[in-house]
Design a protein around this ligand. Structure first.
Ligand code: FMN
Length: 349
């Protein structure tokens, strides 16, 4: 176990070592607009896309560009944080073909999802259900690994099991022996859902069994949580999901433990304008119908997460949650009174 200051969070010199702080994939929450916002301070080493579900086809390039628009910019966010593309599926050959295409399009790494708890996904043998079959995990990882150029890291994200932890170590060994670079462990079973706690004590056991770096994930909402997780896991790295959405500078706060003299925590006044950026970015990049409605839903969703950190966000969410007009919503989010009719007429609320 490594609990001391020598376990520092200094950034690796290049992207080849295991990342220290990773922004979690979160379908429907952390898309590329959100990745851009949450990595802007440079505190994350890596992010991972929402899962691309591989069912029965080799997707066209456009699909990968939709999930990972950063492919057009060298596979990195605006701030330069690398983005890995996550694939979910059960067909080893199709997974490999799609992974190869993503790599050819410039993906800087491929991550395999063995943790998704969704019933539809599990019914089709994708996500966490595969944790029942270590040999299938191994086959998928081996097949994908052999299809990828050596320079492209392959990683996997797993839960502790489907409805118990009996196969946790075997699954980790099955993945490691397939030649993957590191495993991210969301330290709960599929049956645990997202209910606290996360069983961090499994992380060092898995790291010892697998013999490759392990990234610990689950229930890190604050720097204090991080310190406790680090003390009980001594993991190679840490992945932040909902905590990073709720506290957009969580990674920076964690880093400031080892990199002093960083700015203080973000205030609500500093966070509030980011909601506008989320809105504008979503409108700009939504190809489907009703981009403003979708963007407004995203803003409400983020406000809800932010409410657990900022009482002002909770209060604002409460006031705007039934607002149907995207334009009025954004006026209120900007602090312009709901009654005002244009950008210049509002009193600050
Ligand atoms: C809304 C939502 C969407 C998620 N989507 C994904 C996903 O696409 N791929 C994945 O591997 N995990 C996904 N997860 C799991 C998270 O990456 C992470 O493992 C989990 O939230 C625990 O970490 P946290 O406690 O820091 O949030 C999702 C979680 C949530 C809440």
């Amino acid at each position: 176990m490594n609990t001391s200051a020598n376990h520092n969070l200094a950034r690796p010199d290049d992207d080849s070592g295991p990342p220290k702080l990773v922004l979690a994939p979160m379908e429907g929450v952390i898309d590329h607009v959100m990745r851009g916002l949450l990595t802007r301070d440079g505190a994350f080493d890596l992010c991972v896309t929402e899962f691309v579900r591989i069912t029965n086809t080799l997707f066209p390039a456009s699909v990968f560009h939709r999930y990972c628009p950063e492919l057009a910019a060298g596979g990195r966010t605006r701030a330069g944080t690398p983005v890995h593309v996550q694939l979910l599926g059960a067909d080893a050959v199709l997974m490999a073909e799609n992974a190869r295409l993503a790599a050819d399009l410039g993906a800087l790494g491929i991550d395999l999802n063995f943790g998704c708890p969704a019933r539809t996904v599990n019914r089709h043998q994708g996500g966490a259900v595969l944790l029942e079959y270590p040999e299938r995990l191994h086959r998928i990882a081996t097949t994908v690994r052999s299809a990828l150029p050596g320079r492209v890291p392959l990683t996997a994200k797993m839960r502790l099991g489907f409805d118990n932890t009996d196969l946790a170590l075997e699954n980790a060994r099955a993945l490691a022996s397939a030649g993957i670079q590191w495993i991210t462990v969301h330290a709960r079973t599929r049956s645990d859902g997202y209910r606290p706690p996360a069983y961090w004590e499994w992380v060092p056991r898995i790291q010892a069994a697998a013999g490759i770096p392990v990234i610990a994930n689950g229930e890190i909402w604050s720097r204090a949580d991080f310190e406790r997780c680090r003390a009980s896991t001594g993991a190679s790295g840490y992945m932040l999901g909902r905590g990073a959405v709720a506290r957009p500078d969580l990674a920076r706060q964690i880093r400031s433990a080892t990199v002093p003299a960083q700015a203080g925590p973000l205030t609500w006044q500093q966070v509030r304008p980011l909601l506008r950026e989320l809105y504008d970015g979503t409108v700009e990049h939504t190809l489907r119908t009703q981009p403003r409605q979708r963007a407004a839903a995203r803003v409400k969703q983020w406000l809800r997460y932010l409410g657990s950190t900022y009482p002002e966000a909770a209060e604002l969410f409460h006031r705007v949650k039934t607002e149907r007009s995207p334009q009025r919503l954004m006026q209120r989010v900007a602090g312009l009174s709901a009654a005002s009719n244009g950008a210049h007429s509002g009193a600050l609320s």
